[in-house]
Ligand binder design. Structure first.
Ligand code: PGA
Length: 253
């Protein structure tokens, strides 16, 4: 019997002003009661919104996440935001390794190891993103790429650490393109990630780890994706900017 939780997390990316974000969070909280209690709901807002949105979600079932953190603890790193700062807003999570950060901001697996270490040490849970780009998929390298990203980062951690880590498989070619991976394409990668985790941490840890799918997930395709044995929910971009769509996805288990 596995203990893993189904989760739907909204990655707002660089969208909404603070007032708009507060309103969106209020709308999500208002509709959250429709979703079965065992489904985890997370909103990942820009750094600037964390304090205000923390006030909205406090005492509700909706959890709060950042989208990134600094790879240094504190000090002279102008413009960076530390794990302690994130934690002090009331957020309990951070997304790390999103493909947009890997692609546009030079995030490497080595840097991600540092970030995951700092996040866990600060008491933040982590959603670690992995996924191949179109070129890699067309070259048939998708399993190798995802396996390498998973190993390069997570093999530096312990079975105990894995209790606070969720993996998100996000094929880059499916993000924001309207092109969803088919349920079969997603499932075979999720099963592969779980196998990689089992090889390192044992079957129980692998079975207990939540693995989310991300990439053009919406209410109309979530049910088929979430019905797969190794898909435990979604990391939602565009559709998370409308409370109705986000909640619609969370109702798809
Ligand atoms: P999308 O983004 O749902 O807009 O494709 C998902 C993500 O990048 O987390």
């Amino acid at each position: 019997m596995n203990m893993r939780k189904n989760i739907v997390a909204g990655n707002w990316k660089m969208n909404t002003t603070v007032p708009e974000g507060v309103q969106l969070a209020k709308d999500v909280v208002a509709k959250a009661a429709e979703v079965p209690a065992e489904v985890g709901l997370i909103v990942a807002t820009p750094f600037t919104h964390l304090c205000a949105v923390a006030g909205v979600v406090e005492g509700t079932r909706v959890e709060l996440s950042a989208q990134n953190c600094a790879d240094k603890e504190k000090g002279a790193y102008t413009g960076e935001v530390s794990v302690d700062m994130i934690k002090s807003t009331g957020a309990g999570w951070t997304i790390l390794g999103h493909s947009e950060r890997r692609q546009y901001y030079g995030e490497t697996d080595a840097k991600l190891v540092e970030k995951v270490k700092l996040a866990l040490a600060a008491g933040l849970k982590v959603i670690l993103c992995v996924g191949e780009n179109l070129e890699e998929r067309e070259a048939g390298k998708h399993f190798d790429v995802v396996k390498a990203q998973t190993e390069n980062v997570l093999f530096n951690f312990t079975a105990e650490d894995m209790k606070n880590i969720v993996v998100a498989y996000e094929p880059v070619w499916a993000i924001g393109t309207g092109k969803t991976a088919t349920a079969e394409q997603a499932e075979e990668i999720h099963a592969c990630i779980r196998k990689v985790l089992a090889g390192k941490f044992g079957a129980q840890v692998a079975d207990d780890t939540t693995i989310l799918y991300g990439g053009s997930c919406k209410p109309s395709n979530a049910r088929e994706l979430f019905a797969q044995p190794d898909i435990d929910g979604g990391l939602i971009g565009g559709a998370a900017l409308k409370a109705d769509d986000f909640i619609g996805i969370a109702l798809s288990f």
